[in-house]
Design a protein around this ligand. Structure first.
Ligand code: SAM
Length: 242
């Protein structure tokens, strides 16, 4: 184990998360696959190994600092890109059945390759627009936990993500420091999509800048009305803002 892995283990231990040798090895495979495929396709701008561990892996796992992952059976990650936050969460909490939705097929191909390389079971990588996939009964109103990192502003994102969330399930929108305006702008969309803002949980990454991160917790209280999501493209082009 080198210094980067030792630090990663210590940083997680501070959050009461114990990482095994096998999980450390899986993160190392993830790093190498990410960098190797990134040469062929655009997956990430972050390629320095230590930064990948902090800004992708630790950041993804921050969801588990505030959610009781033992109580999560099914999660959906919308616009997962190269697998963030769902693949780090699956490595650490392998009992969770994960569905990933991304509209770029090349990223889905990477994720199918990656999950096989990591030996992960029950990760379903779905190619398509969230607006279309959320209309399928097997995905609609189904997930205890839905996540999205770096996909869109909250008012539009709500329409992509909340249709996947179960009644009484949680949608966690992962944001940086600048989230207040988009939260303020999201009240109409929350109302339309039958969800409520619960709270924000904040943390700093263990990087040199102590980068601020904010996780916005939203809870769905009724099934998504039939009108939503609107046609693919509309939620982000014309977000539900009044
Ligand atoms: N969540 C990852 C992360 O934090 O690194 C990826 C973020 S990337 C900036 C946004 C991703 O969302 C892209 O992979 C893109 O293909 C996907 N995406 C954008 N709109 C989408 C939609 N309507 N349905 C599904 N995926 C979408």
């Amino acid at each position: 184990m080198d210094i980067i892995q030792t630090r990663f283990r210590e940083q997680l231990a501070l959050k009461n998360i114990e990482i095994t040798e096998r999980q450390l090895a899986q993160f190392e495979i993830y790093f190498h696959e990410l960098i190797s495929w990134n040469e062929k396709m655009n997956l990430t701008g972050i390629t320095d190994r230590e930064e990948v561990y902090v800004k992708h892996f630790y950041d993804s796992l921050s969801v588990s600092f505030f959610v009781s992952m033992r109580d999560v059976t099914q999660m959906a990650d919308i616009g997962s890109g190269a697998g963030f936050p769902s693949i780090p969460l699956k490595i650490m909490f392998p009992h969770i059945k994960v569905t990933i939705v991304d509209s770029l097929n090349k990223r889905i191909q990477f994720l199918n390759h990656l999950t096989a390389a990591l030996g992960l079971n029950e990760v379903n990588c779905v190619h398509g627009r969230a607006e279309d996939i959320a209309r399928l009964p097997e995905h609609r109103d189904q997930y205890d936990l839905v996540t999205a990192r770096a996909v869109a502003k909250l008012a539009g994102l709500n329409e992509l993500c909340l249709p996947f969330t179960k009644v009484n399930g949680t949608f966690v929108a992962m944001k940086g420091s600048d989230y207040q305006q988009e939260l303020d702008d999201s009240s109409y969309s929350l109302n339309e999509l039958r969800a409520k803002y619960i709270y924000t949980r904040s943390l700093n990454l263990p990087d040199a800048e102590h980068s601020a991160r904010n996780l916005l917790f939203l809870r769905k209280f009724s099934p998504t009305p039939k009108a939503y999501p609107r046609k693919a493209g509309t939620p982000l082009k014309l977000p539900l803002i009044k």
